[in-house]
Write a protein that binds this ligand. Structure first.
Ligand code: ZN
Length: 896
C-alpha cells in the first residue's frame, strides 16, 4: 500500500514539476512588454493539450518502466540507465526504419517518447490552420501513446508479480543478483560461475610460471611483449563473446540486406550500389551500433579480472599498468577494425552480387579506417578512462553512455565551442566526381587534436588503473604518483603540448581569424547600415549589362580571379547621387570603381562588405554608369572549413559556384533587416508598415540576393585547366586552348536574370537536338545510364512549353552533373543537377509504381526556363506557386 502511495506521489510531483513549463509560457505571454497581436487570444486548450498528449503519458510510461526496474534491482541507477538504453534502442530502430524508407507513420509509432506524433498529425496544415486550430486526437498520437502505455504497464505488472516486495527484501536483495540473472539470460558466456573456470586463468598462470624463471628482464622489449600477449589473450576471449559475435553478424547481415533493398538516390529511387552510398549507409550503421558495443566491452575489459576473481594473481604480475591498459585498448580496437573489415567485405560482396564492378578499395579504406575507426578509437579510450576513474562498473556504463550521447548529439550545444565536444570533426563526404573535395584536411586537424587528448586520457587510465585492494581515493592518488615516472611524464607532457598547439591552431583559424559577430554586433551593424543607406532602398540604378573575364584554377587551390564591368541604368524618376555596392565577405577586392572613381566610404554589415560611391554628378533618370571590378575568390584556410556549405566551390573537379557568390550586388542589402518595432524606434529608424512593405516587395524577387528582378545583357569569358570544361549561362561563341589553359567565350542572345553558374570539370558530354536548340548533357565518366531519360524530359518539356507558354529564348540547353548537392537548379540556359539525383538510379519501366525521376526532374527544371527565368516571381506570398507548383504541373503534363 505504501508503495502504491509512493507511485502516486511521485507521479504528482513529476506533474507539478512539468506544469512549470506551461505556467511559464502563459506568464510569458501576459508580460506587459509583449505585443498582444503577436501572441493571439488565450486558449486554455492550447496549454492543456501538450500535457494530455505528451507530458502525462510520458510520466506514466517512463515512470512505470523505471519504477519497475528500480523495484527489480533496488537501485535508482538502473532506472536512469534504462532511459539511456531506451534512447539508444530507439535511435537504432529509427535508423533502420529510415533506411528502409518506411512510412513516416511507422516512424512515429516506433518512437516511445511520442515526439513527432503531433507534427505528424498536423503535417498538412497551412500556417493559418497551425495558428488557429487545436491539434486533434489523431491515430498517430493515441496509438503511439497507447502502445507504450500498454507495454510499460505490462512490464510493471510482470515485475510486480514476479518480484514481490516481501521476497525482494529477503531473498534477492542485491543488484548483483539481478544482474547475474540478466547475464545468465542474455549473455551466455557467463553461464558458468567463476570458480568453475580455471581454464580461463590458465594462460595467465603459465605466464606467471614461466616468466620469472626463463627471463627476468622488464625492459621495453619485454613490456612490448606483454602488451602483445594481453592483446592476444583479450582478443581470443572477446571474439567468442556472444555479444561481439551477434553485433558482427548483425551488422554485416543488415548491411547486406540494406544494400540489396535500400540503396536509394536522393529522391528515393533505387540506385546502383556505388561505394559512396554503401559507405554512408555502413558508417551510419556503425555510428549507432558501435558505441553500445564499445561501452559494454570497455566495462568488461576493465572489470574482467576482478569479476572472475583472478585479480589477486594478475595484479602481482610484473606487467606495467600502462601495458595492461594499452593491451586491452588495442584488443578492443582490433575487434572494431574487424567489424569494419567485415563491412568492407560485405559491401564488396553486395556490389558483386548486383554486378556493380566499379570497386573502390581506396575509398573503403579512407572512409572506414581513417574516419570511422578513429571515431571509435576515441570513444573506446573515453569509455575505458571513465571505467577506470569511476571504478564502479554500472556507474561507468551510465556515465559513458551519457557522455557519448551528449558529444554525438550535442551539435547545437557545442556550436561555438567545438574544441570541447570530444571527438567532433567536420563532415566529410565522398563524391564520385570530387572525391573528398578538400574536406579531409580540416578533419585531420581535429583528429590530431582529439588523438592528443585521448593519449592524455589513456595515460590517466594507466596512472589510476586499480591493482590490488587499494581502491580508496587517497591510496589511488598515492599509487598514481608513484606511476608518474619520467617516461610517463614525457608522454603526457608531449601529448598535452600537441593538444594545446593543435587546439590553438584550430581556435586561431576558426575564432580569431574570422570571428563570427555576436548577436549584438549583428544587430548594431544592421541598424548602422540602415541608418546610413536606408534612404537608398528604392533609389538605386539597375544592372542592364554584365561582362566579365574569369580564370578558374581547379588544379591549384580552386581560386577564381575575375575582372569585369556592369552597366547600371537609373530607371527611377529621380536623380541618384549615391550608389551602393555589396560583395560577399570572403571576396578579396583588388579594384572596384564607379565611372572610374573609387569608393568614398565602406560600411560594416553581417553578411556583406559594403562600398559607397558618392557621385560627383548625380545620375539622371535614364542615364547609365559603369562599374568596373577586379576580384579574387579563394578558399579560406583548410582547418577552418566545416562541411560542404562553406566551400562548395573550390573543388579540383566538379567546381561549382554561382555568380552571386562573388559579383557585386547593387543597392540597399535587405537581408537581414531589423523588424522589431521597439528597436527600430530606439534606433531612429522609420516604422515598418506591413502593408506598405508587402507592396514594396512586389518590386523585388527572391531569386537574386539583392532582390533585383531586372534582365541584363550577359557575356563572359571563362578559362580553366586544359583538361577541363568550363560552363556558364549563354551560348558558347568559341573555345580555344592557350598555354595550358582552356578558354570558353559565352554570350546570351537575349537579356537574362544575371544569376549564373560557374562550373568546371573533366566532363564527358552527350549531345542531342530539339528543333534548332542544341541539348548538351555534361556528366562524370561512367554516369551515363539515365542520360537518355533526362534528354527526353528536356525535349518533351521544350515541346509542351513552347506550344503552351511561349518560345524558348536560347539556342542551347545544358544539363550539368555537379558533386555532392542533392538538388537541381535551373539557371538561364544551364541546369545543374546533383550526382545523387538520378545519375545512378535504377528505374524499372515494367513496374507501374516506379516513377522515372531522371525524366521528371529534367522536365521540372526545363520548365523553370519559363517559370522563374522568363516569368520572375516577386518576393511576396504565393511566390512558391509560380516558382514550384507550375514547373511541377508542367512536368506532370509531359510525364508518361
Ligand atoms: Zn523547382
Amino acid at each position: 500500500m505504501l508503495h502504491k502511495l509512493a507511485l502516486i506521489a511521485s507521479f504528482l510531483i513529476s506533474l507539478i514539476t512539468f506544469s512549470g513549463l506551461g505556467l511559464g509560457l502563459w506568464l510569458g505571454s501576459i508580460l506587459p512588454w509583449m505585443a498582444p497581436q503577436r501572441i493571439g487570444p488565450f486558449n486554455l486548450l492550447s496549454y492543456v493539450q501538450p500535457y494530455l498528449y505528451l507530458v502525462i503519458p510520458n510520466i506514466l510510461i517512463f515512470g512505470l518502466f523505471s519504477f519497475a526496474l528500480g523495484l527489480l534491482t533496488r537501485r535508482t541507477l538502473t532506472s536512469y540507465l534504462s532511459i539511456v538504453g531506451l534512447y539508444f534502442a530507439y535511435s537504432v530502430v529509427a535508423f533502420i526504419f529510415s533506411v528502409l524508407n518506411l512510412d513516416a507513420f511507422f516512424n512515429v509509432l516506433a518512437n516511445p517518447f511520442g515526439n513527432g506524433s503531433v507534427d505528424y498529425a498536423v503535417r498538412f496544415w497551412t500556417k493559418i490552420e497551425q495558428n488557429t486550430l487545436s491539434v486533434p486526437f489523431a491515430p498517430a498520437i493515441w496509438l503511439s501513446r497507447l502502445i507504450y502505455l500498454g507495454l510499460s504497464a505490462a512490464f510493471f505488472a510482470w515485475i510486480w508479480r514476479r518480484f514481490s516486495f516481501a521476497g525482494m527484501a529477503t531473498a534477492r536483495p542485491r543488484l548483483e543478483q539481478f544482474l547475474d540473472w540478466l547475464e545468465r539470460r542474455f549473455l551466455v558466456w557467463k553461464t558458468t560461475p567463476p570458480q568453475e573456470r580455471p581454464a580461463e586463468a590458465v594462460p595467465v598462470r603459465s605466464e606467471l610460471a614461466t616468466l620469472p624463471t626463463a627471463h627476468r628482464h622488464y625492459g621495453p622489449g619485454a613490456q612490448a611483449n606483454h602488451v602483445w600477449r594481453i592483446v592476444q589473450m583479450e582478443l581470443k576471449r572477446l571474439i567468442w563473446n556472444p555479444l561481439v559475435l551477434a553485433i558482427l553478424s548483425i551488422s554485416v547481415l543488415v548491411l547486406m540486406v540494406l544494400v540489396g533493398t535500400s540503396i536509394r538516390d536522393n529522391f528515393g529511387a533505387p540506385a546502383l550500389p556505388a561505394t559512396a552510398f554503401i559507405l554512408d549507409m555502413a558508417s551510419l550503421l556503425v555510428k549507432f551500433l558501435a558505441p553500445l558495443l564499445i561501452i559494454f566491452l570497455a566495462g568488461d575489459l576493465v572489470w574482467r579480472e576482478r569479476e572472475v576473481k583472478v585479480d589477486p594473481l594478475t595484479d602481482l604480475l610484473p606487467v606495467r599498468s600502462w601495458a595492461v591498459v594499452l593491451g586491452k585498448l588495442l584488443a578492443l580496437v582490433l575487434i572494431l577494425a574487424l567489424v569494419l573489415v567485415l563491412l568492407t567485405l560485405g559491401g564488396l560482396l553486395a556490389q558483386t552480387l548486383q554486378q556493380y564492378t566499379h570497386y573502390e578499395l581506396g575509398v573503403y579504406a579512407i572512409g572506414f579506417f581513417t574516419l570511422v575507426l578513429v571515431d571509435l578509437l576515441l570513444i573506446s579510450i573515453l569509455a575505458i578512462t571513465i571505467q577506470v576513474l569511476v571504478n564502479q562498473k554500472f556507474l561507468g556504463y551510465l556515465l559513458s553512455a551519457a557522455l557519448v550521447i551528449v558529444f554525438a548529439q550535442g551539435d547545437a550545444l557545442f556550436r561555438s565551442a567545438r574544441l570541447l565536444q570530444y571527438g567532433y570533426k567536420p563532415d566529410a563526404y565522398y563524391s564520385p566526381i570530387s572525391g573528398y573535395g578538400g574536406m579531409l584536411e580540416p578533419v585531420r586537424w581535429y583528429q590530431g587534436y582529439w588523438l592528443a587528448i585521448a593519449l592524455l586520457l589513456l595515460c590517466v587510465s594507466a596512472l589510476f588503473w586499480v591493482r590490488g585492494v587499494d581502491t580508496q581515493p587517497k591510496q589511488r592518488w598515492r599509487i598514481a604518483r608513484q606511476r608518474f615516472t619520467r617516461p610517463m611524464q614525457t608522454v603526457m607532457g608531449l601529448s598535452a603540448l600537441a593538444a594545446i598547439l593543435l587546439g590553438g591552431w584550430i581556435f586561431y583559424n576558426t575564432h580569431l581569424l574570422n570571428p563570427a559577430p555576436s548577436r549584438a554586433q549583428v544587430e548594431a551593424q544592421v541598424i548602422a547600415y540602415e541608418q546610413a543607406y536606408g534612404r537608398l532602398i528604392d533609389a538605386q540604378p539597375k544592372i542592364t549589362a554584365v561582362d566579365w573575364q574569369g580564370d578558374l584554377y581547379p588544379e591549384a587551390d580552386g581560386r577564381f580571379a575575375v575582372k569585369g564591368t556592369y552597366t547600371l541604368e537609373n530607371k527611377t524618376q529621380q536623380p541618384i547621387d549615391t550608389i551602393l555596392l555589396n560583395l560577399a565577405k570572403d571576396i578579396q577586392v583588388n579594384q572596384l570603381t564607379v565611372n572610374g572613381s573609387a569608393a568614398t566610404a565602406t560600411a560594416e554589415h553581417p553578411v556583406v562588405q559594403a562600398y559607397e560611391f558618392a557621385l560627383a554628378a548625380p545620375l539622371q533618370p535614364g542615364a547609365t554608369a559603369e562599374v568596373s571590378f577586379d576580384l579574387l575568390k579563394k578558399p579560406g584556410p583548410a582547418v577552418a572549413r566545416a562541411g560542404i556549405k562553406n566551400f562548395a566551390s573550390h573543388f579540383e573537379n566538379g567546381l561549382n559556384f554561382r555568380s552571386v557568390d562573388f559579383m557585386p550586388m547593387v543597392g540597399f542589402f535587405q537581408r537581414p533587416r531589423l523588424k522589431n518595432e521597439q528597436k527600430r524606434e530606439q534606433a531612429g529608424l522609420p516604422p515598418l508598415d506591413p502593408t506598405a512593405e508587402a507592396a514594396r516587395q512586389t518590386q523585388y524577387t527572391p531569386l537574386t540576393p539583392a532582390g533585383d528582378a531586372d534582365l541584363a545583357q550577359f557575356s563572359a569569358t571563362l578559362s580553366t585547366s586544359a583538361d577541363q570544361i568550363a560552363i556558364t549561362s549563354g551560348e558558347l561563341r568559341r573555345d580555344w586552348v592557350e598555354g595550358n589553359r582552356h578558354y570558353f567565350q559565352y554570350q546570351s542572345q537575349e537579356p537574362i536574370l544575371p544569376v549564373v553558374p560557374i562550373l568546371s570539370g573533366r566532363y564527358e558530354v552527350l549531345k542531342d537536338q530539339w528543333q534548332d536548340v542544341q541539348l548538351e548533357l555534361y556528366y562524370h565518366p561512367g554516369h551515363d545510364r539515365n542520360l537518355e531519360r533526362m534528354a527526353r524530359g528536356m525535349k518533351n518539356t521544350l515541346d509542351y512549353a513552347t506550344q503552351n507558354f511561349g518560345p524558348f529564348p536560347h539556342t542551347t540547353l545544358r544539363l550539368v552533373e555537379v558533386p555532392y548537392v542533392g538538388e537541381a537548379v535551373s539557371y538561364p540556359a544551364t541546369i545543374t543537377r546533383g550526382e545523387r539525383f538520378g545519375y545512378l538510379a535504377k528505374f524499372d519501366d515494367n513496374d507501374p509504381t516506379s516513377v522515372d525521376e531522371a525524366f521528371r526532374i529534367a522536365a521540372h527544371e526545363t520548365a523553370h526556363q519559363w517559370w522563374g527565368q522568363q516569368l520572375i516571381p516577386s518576393d511576396t506570398p504565393g511566390t512558391k506557386f509560380l516558382l514550384e507548383a507550375l514547373p511541377e504541373y508542367t512536368a506532370n503534363q509531359v510525364y508518361g
